[in-house]
Design a protein around this ligand. Sequence first.
Ligand code: ZN
Ligand code: ZN
Length: 122
Amino acid sequence: MEAEDLKAELTCPICMDLFREPRRLPCGHVYCRVCLQDMLTRKYLNTRACERVLSCPECRQRYDLTFEAAGVDVFPRDFKLVRLVELCQKSFGRHGDDDGGAEAGADDETAVSALDFHRVGC
Ligand SMILES: [Zn+2]
Ligand SMILES: [Zn+2]
């Protein structure tokens, strides 16, 4: 089925979701910006040294971003893919699960006062 093929092409191999702000690495592989950022951050935490090296999950090509202030933003945006993802979302629609735009304020105040707990005396 064509539609499924298209969707597969627009799916990030890291998060298995449609690309969000796709960035194209020089090796030709494309990932979401957040996924690259995530990888870089994790790597960064693991190495402890101040080197920031990203390795492409698919071909293992390594990119040294240590001296790139822009981080993963040095990789160009793939505008064509952005457009395709939009079209894809429009034509397939999203069933049910909306990931609600505004994630503002968690208003459930779970500040259950510890005082109530302590008043166990009789
Ligand atoms: Zn992703
Ligand atoms: Zn690659």
